[in-house]
Design a binder for this molecule. Structure first.
Ligand code: PLP
Ligand code: COI
Length: 367
């Protein structure tokens, strides 16, 4: 009992064949994002005020009491990161300590227990290590989904006293089926002017499942209009751009890349942070600033805003072809193709992630 260290993670899958089945095609363009889960998970229970030993074992379905708090009051949080195959055959993670910190930021907001960072990172490392064969070759990667749920059965509105933390891993290619893995591409984006995602003082800067369920209705509507994602404005009527349902957003205005600041209502994306640090090293000016949607739209229409892209672990960097408006209008960004600045950042970021370029920031962590 007590704080978990790498040495007290149990590993037990003796007698279980954890190799990918022979009929599973792991080529990244054959994988639907998030569909295939590798056989092992890392899990740890929090009971009686402390984390118990962590274990790597074949994942199983979870037995929950029908009154479990997660099922009623959505005490569920998660993270997302990836493992990449390097040119020398080794495997690396990208900035996992940022995910560990963000998970704890989210946990605090959702009244959930702090997770020792080494439990998060060591558990993920060991889990990936046991399932190296599940990592698709570049341009694919292994998507890692750490998750925590409140499991105590109680209908009273309060925080659970018991939690399950688990990590599953999923071989993945491109997030957007219309964008081939390892290539830049563009998608149409619906602008949600009336449906909000996060309120001031709410949970917009936390990675809580509840933030995503409130976007599903508008995402469904957007898909019917042929859009792959939704971009949200603030929910207090100022018409400032915030972020997308599952990624942050950047715009190239003149010669400067701009992105909304972290006001508390949007997620502090690790890809966003990496772009803010990487861009100046590539000679690209970058600035965090409040972006008024109506001014931005005018800029898109006039050509002053010539590129736009979404960024996130799953989406990497994906160009925006056009913005589809609630009034039925559509504004194309540039010529609708991925622009040169988007391309440059995509190449630079991926080259670091896949060990094809020097990593001056120390972002790449070997498994
Ligand atoms: N914003 C939201 C709402 C997200 O779900 C994500 C994805 O994790 C991001 C932004 C991008 O964050 P990151 O770059 O850390 O994946
Ligand atoms: C990620 O990029 O890791 C996310 O969690 C976003 C989700 C839409 C897949």
């Amino acid at each position: 009992m007590g704080a978990i260290t790498e040495s007290n993670i149990d590993i037990d899958f003796a007698g279980v064949n954890v190799a990918p089945p022979a009929d599973l095609d792991l080529r990244p363009d054959r994988l639907e994002f998030g569909r295939v889960t590798a056989p092992l998970w890392f899990r740890a229970w929090y009971r009686k005020g402390e984390w118990e030993r962590g274990k790597i074992e074949p994942w199983s379905t979870i037995n929950l009491h029908p009154a479990a708090i997660v099922l009623h009051y959505a005490q569920e949080i998660f993270e997302g990161l990836k493992a990449y195959k390097m040119p020398d055959g080794s495997v690396a993670l990208f900035r996992p300590e940022m995910n560990a910190k963000r998970m704890n930021h989210t946990a605090a907001r959702m009244a959930m227990p702090e997770l020792p960072e080494h439990l998060f990172i060591d558990g993920i490392r060991a889990l990936v290590d046991c399932q190296r064969k599940w990592i698709p070759d570049p341009p694919g990667s292994l998507y890692i989904r750490p998750t925590m749920i409140g499991t105590e059965p109680c209908i009273g509105v309060r925080a659970s006293s018991e939690y399950l933390f688990y990590v599953i891993v999923l071989p993945s290619g491109s997030y957007f089926p219309q964008v081939p893995s390892g290539k830049t591409g563009t998608v149409r984006v619906f602008v949600s002017e009336t449906v909000g995602r996060a309120a001031r003082g709410g949970t917009g800067d936390a990675k809580a499942g509840a933030n995503y369920s409130v976007t599903l209705q508008v995402i469904g509507m957007a898909k019917k209009k042929g859009c792959a994602q939704v971009m949200f404005l603030d929910s207090h009527g100022e018409r400032t751009v915030e972020e997308m349902g599952g990624m942050n957003v950047f715009f190239l205005r003149g010669d400067t890349l701009v992105t909304p600041p972290l006001t508390g209502t949007l997620l502090a994306g690790i890809t966003r942070d990496s772009i803010l640090k990487l861009a100046p090293t590539l000679g690209i000016k970058v600035r965090e600033e409040q972006i008024n949607w109506d001014e931005l739209l005018a800029g898109v229409k006039s050509g002053a805003v010539s590129e736009a892209f979404a960024c996130g672990t799953a989406a990497v960097i994906t160009g925006i072809e056009s913005f589809v408006l609630e009034n039925g209008g559509e504004a194309k960004v540039g010529d609708g193709q991925c622009g040169p600045v988007t391309h440059k950042l995509f190449d630079a970021l991926r080259n670091i992630q896949y060990g094809l370029a020097k990593d001056p920031f120390g972002w790449v962590v070997p498994v």
